[in-house]
Design a protein around this ligand. Structure first.
Ligand code: ZN
Length: 257
C-alpha cells in the first residue's frame, strides 16, 4: 500500500517531511529540523509520530530530536558513521541497509561529502528518494567533510535511480541553484525551462520540491560532471576524470554570488 507525504517549511529554508504508511498508520519524520513545525504538521493530518529517520548530524536536521523523543514513542534511525554526533539514535544503518516503516521499505544509499556519514533514503515501491543535503534541485550540498571522488560516486548512485523517482531534498535552494547552473550550462534547454519554472513557482510562494530524478539528470550540473560541456565550462579537457570536473564545479559554486 502506498504512502502519503506531507511537505512543510521548517526554520527558514529547511524542508520538513512526514511519510505516512497508509496500511499501518505509522508515520516517520525525515530529519528533525524543528519540533514545533513537525508537531503542527502531525496535528493537521491527524497522524501520530512513530519513527524519525535522520540523514546527517547537522544541527538544522537534528535540533527537534529531544522534544520529539520526549513527546512521542518513536524509534530514531540514523547513520552509523555519525552515531557519536547524533544523540538519541536507537537504530544505526549504513549503505544498502533497509529501514522499514510498517510495510514500506527504504534502501539506505551512502552519500558522503556534505558530511562523511550522510545517507539518502530510497523507497522504490513508491518512487521516492529523500536526499537531504547530498542533492538539491539543480545543486548539491557544500563539501564540508568529504572528498570529491566519493561525493561524486555517491551522487552517481542517486543518478542511477529511475527517472520517475521523485526527489525530496533538505532545503529550498532551487532558485539560487538555477542561477549557478545556468552560468555553467547556459545552452541546456531543459535547464532553461526548469529555471524559468522555478522562478515562477517561487514568485507564487510554491515549493519547487519534489522534482523528478529525470529532470535532475537533465538539469543538475553536479549530476552532469561527466558531460564534455561541463568540463569545458570549468576550463578542463573533456576527457578529464569527472570527479575533477565535479570538484571544480563545487568550488565554483562555493564562491558564486
Ligand atoms: Zn547539512
Amino acid at each position: 500500500m502506498p504512502v502519503l507525504i506531507d511537505i512543510f517549511m521548517c526554520r527558514t529554508e529547511n524542508y520538513g517531511y512526514l511519510v505516512h504508511d497508509l496500511e499501518t498508520r505509522k508515520t516517520a519524520a525525515i530529519d528533525a529540523p524543528d519540533a514545533g513545525a513537525i508537531k503542527s504538521a502531525l496535528n493537521n493530518r491527524g497522524w501520530t509520530l512513530t519513527d524519525i529517520i535522520i540523514t546527517h548530524h547537522h544541527r538544522d536536521h537534528v535540533e527537534g530530536l529531544p522534544v520529539l523523543k520526549a513527546d512521542f514513542d518513536v524509534t530514531v534511525t540514523g547513520p552509523r558513521a555519525e552515531a557519536e554526533k547524533i544523540l538519541g539514535l536507537d537504530v544505526m544503518v549504513g549503505d544498502n541497509d533497509t529501514v522499514m516503516l510498517g510495510g514500506t521499505t527504504f534502501i539506505v544509499i551512502a552519500t558522503p561529502g556534505h558530511t562523511l556519514g550522510q545517507i539518502a533514503l530510497y523507497n522504490s515501491a513508491d518512487g521516492h528518494v529523500f536526499t537531504a543535503d547530498a542533492l538539491f534541485s539543480m545543486g548539491c550540498g557544500r563539501m564540508l567533510e568529504g572528498k570529491p571522488g566519493p561525493m561524486w560516486e555517491g551522487l552517481k548512485h542517486l543518478r542511477a535511480l529511475p527517472d520517475h523517482t521523485l526527489m525530496y531534498c533538505g532545503h529550498e535552494y532551487s532558485a539560487d541553484n538555477a542561477r549557478f547552473a545556468l552560468s555553467v550550462d547556459p545552452r541546456n534547454a531543459a535547464l532553461n525551462i526548469r529555471a524559468a519554472e522555478v522562478n515562477r513557482m517561487r514568485a507564487q510562494g510554491q515549493f519547487t520540491i519534489p522534482v523528478s530524478m529525470g529532470m535532475e539528470k537533465a538539469t543538475n550540473p553536479f549530476l552532469r560532471a561527466d558531460r564534455p560541456e561541463l568540463a569545458r565550462a570549468m576550463g578542463l579537457e573533456p576527457d578529464v576524470d569527472p570527479s575533477i570536473v565535479f570538484a571544480a564545479l563545487r568550488a565554483a559554486k562555493d564562491t558564486f554570488t
